[in-house]
Design a protein around this ligand. Sequence first.
Ligand SMILES: Nc1ncnc2c1ncn2[C@@H]1O[C@H](COP(=O)(O)OP(=O)(O)OP(=O)(O)O)[C@@H](O)[C@H]1O
Ligand SMILES: O=P(O)(O)OC[C@H]1O[C@H](OP(=O)(O)OP(=O)(O)O)[C@H](O)[C@@H]1O
Ligand SMILES: O=C(O)c1cccnc1
Length: 488
Amino acid sequence: MTNLYPDDSYTLHTDAYQINMIQTYFQQGIADKHAVFEVFFRDMPFHNGYAVYAGLEHIVHYIQNLHFSQTDIEYLREAEEYPEDFLKYLENFKFTGTVRSAVEGELVYAHEPILQVEGPLADCQLVETALLNIINYQTLIATKAARIRSVAGDDALMEFGTRRAQEFDAAIWGTRAAYIGGFNATSNVRAGKIFGIPISGTHAHALVQTYGNDYEAFKAYATTHRDCVFLVDTYDTLRSGVPTAIRVAKELGDQINFQGVRIDSGDMAYLSKRIRQKLDEAGFPNAKIYASNDLDEKTIQSLKMQDAKIDVWGIGTRLITAFDQPALGAVYKMVAIEGDDGEMRATIKLSNNAEKVTTPGKKQVWRITKKADGKSEGDYVTLIDEDPRREESLFMFHPSYTYINKTVTDFNARPVLQDIFKDGELVYKLPTLSAIRDRCRGALANLWPEYKRDLNPQKYPVDLSQDCWDNKMAIIKDIHDYVHKLPE
Ligand SMILES: Nc1ncnc2c1ncn2[C@@H]1O[C@H](COP(=O)(O)OP(=O)(O)OP(=O)(O)O)[C@@H](O)[C@H]1O
Ligand SMILES: O=P(O)(O)OC[C@H]1O[C@H](OP(=O)(O)OP(=O)(O)O)[C@H](O)[C@@H]1O
Ligand SMILES: O=C(O)c1cccnc1
């Protein structure tokens, strides 16, 4: 049985261990200790050369509405029997942290901070789960959408995934992410209403089945709608669907705006070529051929190689479920904590698995581009007080294989992490969705094609500054020295 509370919020949309840790911090008197956490992911999704960052708008809404409601407190009292003074603390909780983040539509890469939360330890801890939940999904879908866009050229891409999405929220935020990544429209009407994404749609097989034949169905649809795309594969695409679409388009002429036909099964290369021929011969060279049926960047690319005559692609399942990579794997790690002396101390998470070793310290990511052509040179991760804009040249080296390096001159350095909340106050003006989408398109235009190819792209450099690297090595050495002194 679902209990929906009138004061429901997403504040309890967190893992129980976060509240348990906050309880410890509270009872130990360190809940307000200053801390810094950063979000990053370790592997590029879909083995892609870039990822498209999405999720910030949802994060802003989430943080703005962060408070423990009366029923939240009652639930925690009953379910976990937290002490009353801790519940009182939660009841008065207000997020006062500072959030810096990449902005939506920006390209981001593995092993660099894409969002940073700084502030009271408790505040930082509470938001981990929701931030990761949002970023992990939306960035994944925006990236998948950009991959699909990269093979579709200028063709129209329609997002059809709601029925196959992992529930309501995924459909809604997923279609927004798809739009950021380069889709043109969605079939989800609510997403149109909420986000202003253009909505678009054809009709389903059920319409044809209702009338029992293509002719009556198309005619009924055409007399009730101006912009008509007829679904032609209910009974027989070439013998019935397409000739009937042409017949109705001719019979109704100017009374309708015949847009084209959709195919949803069969060999799409063969069918689309035959359909194109028939539409052209019938005098409808501008009528478009829509295709849907488990499409993704691989099938689109293959169909294009087969010279399929498809103009509009309807994409559902494989986009909205990130079919070939179900999770981005972004993590949220502490990088600095206030020491007992009040000074901030950079912290690390060591691991036997080299991939899992974090980069300590509060950082900034700088996007380095050549002044001459604006093209990407790589990302340069620094400690927060460094500013590469003051430098004449940058020595950029691979963080593991340091002999791979280059010196960059005549460059621009742009900070990727921007202030979103300062001490709990929103200081960032959320851009329009179309501005976000344009940003993504612009960022991709400045990326070398070697990083953009679909298969085995070059690895985009994400390098640490010398200070950042030295700091990491020094901390690793300190910890090794400490561990080696421990008894076996
Ligand atoms: N010419 C083609 N080249 C590559 N892939 C294609 C081609 N034509 C169709 N496909 C893809 O092949 C897959 C199977 O399509 P097909 O229509 O044969 O089977 P289906 O999905 O079982 O059909 P239905 O939806 O009627 O059940 C789909 O993902 C479709 O997009
Ligand atoms: O194939 P997708 O990329 O997920 O796109 C969405 C699918 O939704 C509709 O199919 P429907 O739900 O009627 O199922 P069916 O066509 O697979 O029978 C539509 O005809 C597409 O095939
Ligand atoms: O409008 C369409 O054609 C459509 C919408 C959702 C799913 N499949 C198709």
